[in-house]
Design a protein around this ligand. Structure first.
Ligand code: VGL
Ligand code: ZN
Length: 209
């Protein structure tokens, strides 16, 4: 697959809290860092996201005195999974992992900063109406084919790729450069949603050819 000047690599949420040892650790997510660094070198345009929550965020189980991973709440915008406190603005856990070597990143987009709305997607918050501005940024820059990597496959990568496709971008997920949280059924439902939306899942090897 030949890369085009209108391609962008999106690296989702590779922050300390989502890496081994972090508060919402995604298993083996550290393993993808060397290949992410190497792949990013091949892209002219690289965009990184950070999950960026205030304290007592709506998505934190502690805010509601509930259990993370298993409990949910009914938010005004629908069912919201609950998580351990993670990626709190300005903390070490919210920083990008220090082994990422991405000097030419053009945009670091932060999401999930509204106390009352979570945002898995880099495009639309969980109310499905509040935009992050990323679609406008990409359109204005004429970047229309997006390659998704990072964590978590079944949450922020998945919701971001699905939103991108719905907004008219070409979305490709580089499966070996993602890792899932893997709640019961979450990977299967992501795979299913990708198939429905016509989102292709490739190995990053296709980009290196
Ligand atoms: C994420 C759960 C909560 C993610 C963010 O980056 O996939 N998952 N917040
Ligand atoms: Zn979060």
């Amino acid at each position: 697959m030949h890369l085009l000047p209108t391609d962008a690599l999106l690296i989702i949420d590779m922050q300390n809290d989502f890496l081994p040892g972090g508060s919402l650790a995604v298993a083996n997510s550290d393993q993808i860092i060397p290949d992410l660094n190497a792949l990013a070198d091949r892209f002219e345009h690289v965009i990184v996201t950070q999950d960026w929550h205030p304290t007592h965020h709506i998505s934190f189980a502690s805010t509601h005195h509930k259990q993370p991973f298993t409990d949910t709440i009914e938010a005004p915008y629908g069912t919201q999974h609950l998580w351990p406190d993670h990626c709190i603005q300005g903390t070490h856990g919210a920083e990008l992992h220090p082994d990422l070597d991405l000097p030419h990143v053009e945009l670091i987009l932060r999401k999930g900063f509204r106390k009352q709305i979570d945002s898995y997607s880099a495009f639309l918050e969980n109310d499905r109406t509040t935009p992050t501005g990323l679609a406008g940024y990409l359109r204005e820059r004429k970047l229309n084919r997006l390659f998704f990597t990072g964590v978590a496959y079944d949450f922020c990568v998945g919701f971001s790729a699905l939103a991108a496709a719905q907004l008219g971008f070409e979305a490709i997920v580089l499966e070996d450069l993602t890792r899932p949280v893997d709640l019961p059924g979450s990977v299967e439902s992501t795979n299913h949603a990708f198939a429905e939306a016509g989102i292709q899942r490739f190995s990053s090897a296709v980009v290196s050819q």
